[in-house]
Design a binder for this molecule. Structure first.
Ligand code: NAP
Length: 307
């Protein structure tokens, strides 16, 4: 049986940073990159808040650099997807589509994915006007009318961003009170291109070849109506990628992996966590990288203590 010292699941900034640290500590990590190598940053354009890049850097270039840096110190990469884990015995067991891996420590950095509305028409019209990423697709809606669904910081951030391109941005929220921070609210409310539709739920995404609008329901008046749009952005939060860990690690009510305060450790000794999969709050590339570093250092200390 080939037992790895450190096995990292996920290839965003958290996974790659964990790999850089573990590899430099001579732990020869193996990293299983999943179905979307590079993670969410591969879908963004320019990253302007990564420290040390005063001119900004493309998300894909940043991820490529992190990967090369991890490779330079001896990380082994597997482009495969983990389908099952067994943390009940040591060494831990991780199963992918093709293989089984064994490891003394695991670092989970599987990230989070945007949540979709889950209404009829949405799947069919993805990429034809329906999107969950304003930074990826906003460019296609120059001088068009778009809707953003949601009432949190992400929704208002996306709505504000979209005003760079769209002629009109309508925020559709299911309540009459926003969840977003006051500063984001003020910025959006001051923007003449942004308007709000309150107490309104999306029932259907309409269109054949292209998205043409939404069928919506006002939950105060109980009236259903059709609104015309060229594009619709779902901005109702993110879902942590933790399906394979359910019942195997402690998760919070929203499905994020619980970690001990000020630590990267989980409720299973030797299993560590980094990045958005345990972070519903900051969700930044730099915080993901920071926790990736923490997870690798803790894995190293755990291994040293066992030896
Ligand atoms: P969020 O705060 O959870 O907000 C999600 C929004 O979507 C809520 O308004 C919610 O409505 C709505 N929603 C949820 N499910 C829905 C559904 N099925 N249909 C319609 N609406 C639905 O998520 P987020 O905006 O992605 O923010 C996540 C975290 O990141 C927050 O802590 C936020 O502060 C932070 N963040 C910060 C910034 C920033 O500071 N620049 C930017 C983005 C995100 P209800 O309000 O009715 O629940």
């Amino acid at each position: 049986m080939d037992i790895n010292k450190v096995l990292i699941i996920g290839s965003g900034p958290a996974g790659y940073t964990a790999a850089i640290y573990a590899a430099r500590a001579d732990l020869a990590p193996i990293l299983i990159s999943g179905s979307e190598p590079g993670g969410q940053l591969m879908q963004t354009t320019e990253v302007e808040n990564w420290p040390g890049e005063p001119e900004g850097i493309l998300g894909s270039e940043l991820m490529d650099n992190l990967k090369k840096q991890a490779e330079r110190f001896g990380t082994r990469f597997m482009s495969d997807t983990v389908i099952d884990v067994d943390f009940s015995e040591r060494p831990f067991k991780v199963r992918t589509n093709d293989k089984e891996f064994f490891a003394e420590t695991i670092i989970i950095a599987t990230g989070a994915s945007a949540r979709w509305l889950g209404v009829p028409g949405e799947v069919e019209l993805k990429g034809k006007g329906m999107s969950a990423c304003a930074t990826c697709d906003g460019f296609f809606f120059r001088d068009k009318k778009v809707a953003v669904v949601g009432g949190g910081d992400s929704a208002l951030e996306e709505a504000t961003f979209l005003t760079k391109f769209a002629s009109e941005v309508v925020v559709i929220h299911r309540r009459d009170e926003l969840r977003a921070s006051k500063i984001m609210q003020a910025r959006a409310m001051e923007n003449p291109k942004i308007s709000f539709v309150w107490n309104t739920e999306v029932r259907e995404v309409l269109g054949q070849e292209r998205l043409t609008g939404l069928r919506v329901f006002n939950n105060q008046t109980n009236v259903e109506s059709i609104m015309e749009f060229d594009g619709v952005f779902s901005s109702i939060g993110h879902k942590p990628n933790t399906d394979i860990f359910a019942g195997k690690l402690e998760l919070d009510v929203k499905g994020y992996i619980k970690r001990r305060p000020d630590s990267a450790s989980t409720n299973v000794e030797g299993v560590f966590v980094a990045g958005d999969v345990a972070d519903p709050w900051y969700r930044q590339a730099i915080t993901a990288a920071g926790t990736g570093c923490m997870a690798a250092l803790e894995a190293e200390r755990y291994l040293a203590a066992r030896e």
